[in-house]
Design a binder for this molecule. Structure first.
Ligand SMILES: [Zn+2]
Length: 350
């Protein structure tokens, strides 16, 4: 039976992937801050209020495991990269037209990259811990993902990514160890770019880097691999095939993977290779504006259960809600919980 910190979670525990939709007023508040009509203390108050709302929405929806909604992070990665020193900002080369992956600024290294004050995720965790007694998951981008907008130049051999990746692995590892020190017991490392780097980065290298990232981290470790979600659009070829079976050498107890947006394709990889690992299956399509009914979700869960033992299955969304409106995100979470309830009842009758 799924359990966390010795607490039985019951069958088919539900949770988000990580990020939750920002309240609309928080977006307005960021604008007010940018033009100088609000100060950092105003912004901090607004962010804390927004985190309370994210927790409240998840509790109200009935999720079993909560996150802080990553409300402090803008566009998933920006506020983490911002904590690194040794980077030179390269403004976005394309600012007009459709917002896409090339609309964000990039960085070049000026020297070896460090994070003198950590990545800020410890503070995210300690704050959300004060808000709820629910089990919590905390998410941190992995080194492949943090490296995405960074080109190694100064401090590194031009164009050689490996020393940069291992510096980032060490920085993330330190953050994860500190998270455990302040009480985190369930940590998810987000590596959407793991899907995109293979085969340019051999899977064995991806796994080696991941295992370095989680080395000595005494917590339940999950690995989230999706295909990217910028404005609801993926960045990669949407297949997990090149990752299997090599990815299972990653020291992760749980894999959080995207299925709903791909019509539940490639579940057979899990029956073939999954073994005794836990699968957190994406059964909510966060990239679609369509609001699933509980029965839609139940149908997807039944499809997953053809390939995974119920006691190894957690239910989640394909990816975070950072590109969704709050109303839709909240409604989708409701459908997730209701769909899980339908299938739990069916399992109990068996
Ligand atoms: Zn994702």
């Amino acid at each position: 039976m799924p359990a966390l910190n010795g607490v039985d979670l019951g069958l088919l525990p539900t949770m988000g992937v990580g990020s939750y939709a920002s309240p609309s007023w928080l977006t307005a508040m960021r604008r007010v801050l940018r033009v100088g009509d609000a100060g950092p203390a105003d912004m901090e108050e607004a962010i804390q209020d927004a985190i309370k709302i994210a927790v409240w929405d998840q509790e109200e929806a009935g999720l079993d495991i909560l996150t802080d909604g990553e409300i402090r992070r803008q566009r998933f990665l920006w506020n983490v990269v911002e904590k690194l020193s040794g980077l030179k900002l390269i403004p976005a080369q394309r600012k007009l037209g459709v917002v896409s992956y090339d609309s964000a600024p990039r960085f070049e290294t000026a020297e070896r990259v460090t994070a003198p004050n950590g990545l800020g995720i410890v503070q995210e965790y300690t704050y959300v811990r004060t808000l709820t007694d629910h089990p919590l998951k905390v998410c941190c981008p992995g080194p492949l993902t943090v490296a995405l907008p960074i080109t190694p130049k100064g401090g590194y051999t031009n164009g050689d990514y490996f020393p940069l990746l291992y510096d980032l692995a060490e920085i993330v590892n330190r953050e994860l160890r500190q998270l455990v020190a302040v009480g985190a017991t369930f940590i998810q490392v987000d590596e959407p770019s793991a899907a995109g780097r293979t085969p340019s980065l051999p899977i064995a290298e991806t796994v080696k880097l991941f295992n370095k990232t989680v080395e000595g981290v005494q917590a339940k470790i999950a690995l989230h691999i999706c295909f990217g979600n910028n404005q609801g659009r993926p960045a990669m070829k949407r297949t997990y095939k090149p990752l299997f079976p090599g990815i299972l050498d990653a020291k992760a107890e749980q894999f959080a993977l995207e299925y709903a947006n791909r019509e539940m394709a490639e579940l057979d990889l899990w029956s073939q290779y999954g073994g005794d690992r836990e699968l957190a299956a994406g059964v909510l399509d966060v990239k679609s504006m369509y609001l699933e009914t509980p029965e839609d979700v139940a149908e997807r869960i039944r499809a997953v259960l053809q390939h995974v033992k119920p006691e190894k299955l957690y239910l989640t969304c394909d990816c975070g809600f950072s590109a969704s409106s709050r109303g839709l995100a909240r409604a989708k979470l409701g459908a997730l919980v209701a769909g899980a309830k339908i299938v739990r009842q069916e399992l109990e009758k068996r």
